[in-house]
Design a protein around this ligand. Structure first.
Ligand code: ASP
Length: 345
């Protein structure tokens, strides 16, 4: 037996594999993980009934449990992010997958992205209307193509050569999204010009803008970060409009050197300010904490009412914030944190 093999065996017996070194040297624990989820920023939970709040929170809790189970078992942050988002996409209460909002022409166009912080690999889809779980297709774009973002019919053609669930567009129809679309339609009749989405939403008598885009960020026990975001976009968006959620650096970003970020809000504002990347860049170049980087974006770079952010850094610190009336959110880590929040700031 060579000396190298003997040394490797000794290290293995002493528990000095790469994984263990990471967790033992940082926290003295067997496992080290952290995960955060958002269920969309927008109007305050005050606009929703107690029952609606509890119903939405219970799905967030299920999703959080799923993510924690994957991470606790030593699974990857990418798998945790994807599976959490699939649960939220399958629930009609969220503006992603099943509960996607209607665009201006009364159809659905879904966007999603996922990013692997260990190697900056990323994948995204935009404007798909036959894909049950856009986050799964985004992951396939990342792993099975040399591209980052596929859109519309091209993305759907790519889907056909892979095993993703295909649905007819009316699968995404829900009464709540239709009611919201009707309110916009009625309100629009009273307006004479195409104003900005935020101004338009603010002008609604009862602002109900689409709480419900979903996102997840996670750190796994190997020290790998991942982020993902999925959405139906914004109610009454123009046909063909693409928001920030599938734009890496705007709505989603992950880099093992700094943090993983997922955004929710008025996508145009997140795109023009490269918000998700800016959170990571502030940590890297200004040396600020994850919470400071998020607060700076929400308080100084974005406008009040634009949206929210969740992030986890390479040490497992979780930061969440929003400058809207509310943001459904949840977080857990290997030190016992487990919380699902909506209805209180
Ligand atoms: N950011 C999403 C978009 O602009 C919408 C949202 O988060 O509510 O498409």
């Amino acid at each position: 037996m060579s000396l190298r093999i003997i040394v490797s065996l000794l290290l293995l017996i002493m528990g000095w594999g790469t994984n263990e070194v990471y967790s033992q040297t940082t926290e003295g624990k067997k496992m080290k993980f952290a995960i955060a989820i958002h269920g969309g920023a927008g109007s305050s939970a005050k606009n929703f009934s107690e029952q609606a709040i509890l119903k939405r929170k219970s799905v967030l809790e299920n999703a959080l449990n799923k993510g924690v189970a994957i991470l606790e078992a030593g699974g990857s942050s990418l798998d945790a992010v994807q599976e959490v988002i699939v649960i939220l996409e399958d629930d009609p209460q969220f503006n992603a997958g099943k509960g996607a909002v209607f665009n201006a022409v009364g159809s659905h166009e879904l966007d999603a992205s996922i990013m692997d912080g260990s190697n900056l690999a990323c994948g995204a889809v935009a404007g798909v209307s036959h894909i049950k779980n856009p986050i799964r297709l985004a992951r396939l774009v990342m792993t099975e193509t040399r591209h980052v973002l596929l859109s519309g019919t091209g993305a759907e053609q790519f889907a056909k050569s892979h095993s993703v669930d295909w649905v007819e567009p009316n699968y995404f129809d829900t009464e709540a999204a239709k009611a919201s679309w009707n309110r916009y339609q009625n309100r629009l009749k009273q307006k004479d010009k195409d104003t900005s989405l935020l101004d338009f939403q603010n002008s609604l008598a009862e602002p109900d803008w689409n709480i419900g885009t979903v996102g997840c960020v996670a750190l796994d026990s190997n020290g790998n970060l991942a982020a993902g975001t999925s959405t139906g976009g914004m109610t009454y968006k123009k046909f063909g409009r693409v928001g920030d959620s599938p734009v890496v650096g705007a709505g989603t970003y992950a880099d093992n050197e700094t943090c993983a970020v997922s955004a929710t809000g008025v996508g145009e504002e997140y795109i023009r300010r490269a918000v998700a990347y800016d959170v990571a860049a502030q940590m890297k170049y200004r040396g600020v904490s994850i919470q400071q980087a998020i607060d700076d974006n929400l308080n100084s770079r974005l406008r009040k009412g634009d949206g929210g952010l969740i992030a986890v850094d390479k040490d497992g610190n979780i930061a969440m914030g929003f400058n809207t009336g509310g943001m459904a959110r949840a977080a857990a880590d290997s030190e016992g944190k487990f919380e699902v929040i909506w209805g209180e700031r």
